[in-house]
Design a protein around this ligand. Structure first.
Ligand code: NCD
Length: 326
């Protein structure tokens, strides 16, 4: 893999939050992803000598299977524990740190972790040390950096670049949704991006992220009410997310969240109010926030996003392997 000549990204080999990457890194990653798509055979044994463990303390469909597929594309045969809370000693009260030690002791070298607690995957990376990459596949309300990599790859494929003026609407549960946190941190590094945050009043973007944007002079506006058709009129991208009801404090908060969401449903009429070239994203799973009628709208890209996931994750794993052996 010498010819690839990839730079180290910050905090490598671990991937814990999206802002450890910068625009230049994404250029390298996306070109690598294109190579993998074009010449899969050339990459089919990149991870043949690596034992990978995919350890999930929280439910998942896409992220888990696409990581599994990515590993298989690269010649690894990963161990997958889809519910650590049931099928591991976590059920007996074992800590995440001790779980990490246990998998490393058995010879697993790369750990892909999803956990319910914000910050936990970073803690796991500290335990694993620099010789054993730990990848965050979602940590509670915190981040989901690999989702962002595939989101940005999908935008890059669509527009050919991320270095152009982009008005990005981010709609939904911006307080509790980890995908949008990662998205905004990384996309905010592109100098010509402006954000339009659209959410129910109790689910506004978390304050520390807004302060971060202020500090870095990233332009944004917020909407917590109003006619959605007007709000989406100038958007190049509309990124929709579901209410994160499982992260609500109690039943009251959950009921309020769902009630407030009713005026933020992206119907076909709302979709059609976007510019012709505008595209609609969703990390999935969806609940009621995008009715299925929108699937046929030419702006819908959420199934494409889903398909891109395994290739982008294969690109990331190839990059990490390169850095570990270079
Ligand atoms: C998301 C997640 O797990 O954060 N799903 C995903 O990984 N594609 C989004 C969500 O659960 O709402």
């Amino acid at each position: 893999m010498q010819y690839l000549d990839l730079p180290a990204f910050a905090y490598a080999p671990h991937v814990v939050r999206s802002q450890q990457f910068n625009p230049g890194d994404l250029d390298h990653l996306f070109r690598l992803v294109e190579e993998i798509r074009k010449r899969p055979d050339f990459f089919s044994s990149v991870l043949a000598d690596i034992e990978v463990a995919i350890l999930f303390w929280e439910q998942s469909s896409r992220t888990r299977t696409s990581f599994q597929k990515a590993c298989q594309m690269l010649g690894a045969n990963p161990l997958v524990v889809e519910d650590m809370t049931k099928f591991s000693s976590a059920a007996k009260g074992e800590s995440l740190a001790d779980s990490v030690r246990q998998y490393l002791a058995q010879g697993y070298r790369y750990l892909i972790i999803r956990h319910k607690d914000e910050g936990s995957v970073e803690q796991a990376a500290g335990v694993a040390g620099p010789g054993n990459p730990v990848i965050n596949a979602g940590d509670g309300k915190g981040q989901h950096p690999t989702q962002t990599l595939l989101d940005l790859y999908t935008i890059w494929k669509e527009f050919g670049t991320l270095e152009r003026p982009l008005i990005v609407g981010v709609l939904g549960d911006l307080l509790r949704g980890r995908t949008v946190h990662s998205l905004v941190y990384l996309l905010g590094k592109f100098r010509r991006v402006q954000f339009v945050f659209i959410s129910p009043p109790d689910s506004r973007m978390k304050p520390d992220l807004l302060e971060h944007l202020d500090r870095h002079y990233v332009p944004y506006v917020e909407h917590t009410a109003g006619d959605l058709r007007k709000v989406v009129r100038d958007l190049d991208v509309l990124y929709v997310t579901r209410p994160q009801t499982e992260r609500a404090k109690d039943d009251d908060e959950k009921a309020t969240l769902i009630a407030q969401y009713q005026s933020f449903i992206v119907t076909d009429e709302v979709a059609n109010a976007m510019p012709k070239h505008g595209i609609i994203f969703h990390p999935l799973p969806r609940t009621f926030e995008i009715p299925t009628e929108v699937d046929k709208n030419p702006r819908a890209r959420y199934f494409q996003q889903m398909e891109n996931g395994r290739f982008v994750r294969a690109g990331l794993l190839t990059w990490i392997k390169y850095l570990m052996t270079a």
